[in-house]
Design a binder for this molecule. Structure first.
Ligand code: C5P
Length: 253
């Protein structure tokens, strides 16, 4: 059997050369890491859940005209995606104060923000992904002003979509991170949502109880991470094969 060409290996995913030019195969690992990989664990089934969940969110975004890299899911752990040039920024959108925002500014976790806050972090593990402003992004040429306008618009559209989808199943979208890629088409470039959207990259709280259903379960040792992600998948009706079917309301005549 021919060995596939590995293009890139990250903390939670591997990218292989795709079957056609301009495509890649994105493989979801079970590895969970936090605090710039200082905390590490293998969480059985996490890759399968994130593959399914990212497929679900990216397909929804594609369907409402928000372009993403997602083409199709190939199997339990892999999806076919468009190859793009990743802009070296982590784009974070926050609806509720939590995590580094609460820590940095002393704002109590759970404080509802009066408007979504969009932040940019420079993707560099060695530097610990430092926060940057549009000034840095322009000065160092990471993205143009037009790119920044498009990135902001994409980030807010993803926020509106994700907030609605999650609220419909009783989950609050507290914050999330996305990555943006450049896709070249002749003389033109288009920006698309890339990487993944999953409970690894979002904060998700049960709307009633406030229970955390995201990677904070792992970061803060709050319980079983796979159980939390399975609950998100169950509510969204996105279940890996062999798991219990969700019970839907039944019409009684
Ligand atoms: O840690 P912080 O509060 O800045 O994280 C904001 C959001 O971005 C969280 O949902 C977190 O899961 C996500 N994030 C991420 N990858 C990083 C940093 C943050 O997915 N490297």
């Amino acid at each position: 059997m021919a060995r596939r060409k590995k293009i890139y290996e990250g903390k939670a995913k591997i990218l292989y050369e795709g079957p056609e030019p301009g495509t890649l195969v994105q493989y979801f690992k079970d590895d969970a890491t936090a605090f710039n990989a200082q905390k590490k664990e293998v969480v059985d089934g996490k890759g399968v859940l994130n593959n399914r969940l990212s497929e679900f969110f990216m397909t929804g975004l594609n369907n409402i005209g928000v372009p993403t890299h997602f083409i199709k899911r190939l199997n339990m752990r892999e999806q076919l995606v468009r190859s793009c040039e990743i802009i070296p920024l982590e784009v974070v959108v926050r609806n509720v104060a939590a995590g580094s925002l609460s820590k940095r500014l002393g704002i109590e976790e759970g404080t509802v923000l009066t408007r979504p806050i969009v932040e940019y972090y420079y993707k560099d593990d060695k530097l610990g992904d430092p926060m940057v402003t549009e000034e840095h992004i322009a000065a160092f040429g990471w993205a143009s002003q037009q790119d920044m306008d498009d990135i902001l618009s994409l980030a807010l559209r993803v926020n509106d979509f994700m907030s609605g989808v999650m609220m419909a199943v009783g989950i609050r979208l507290v914050d999330f991170k996305i990555e943006i890629g450049r896709l070249y088409d002749g003389d033109y470039q288009r920006l698309i949502v890339a990487d993944e959207i999953s409970p690894d990259s979002c904060r998700l709280w049960d709307a009633e109880s406030g229970q955390k259903l995201d990677k904070d379960v792992f970061r803060r040792d709050l319980g079983d991470l796979a159980d939390a992600y399975t609950e998100v998948a169950r509510r969204l009706g996105v279940m890996p094969k062999n798991s219990q079917p969700i019970t839907k309301p039944t019409l009684i005549n």
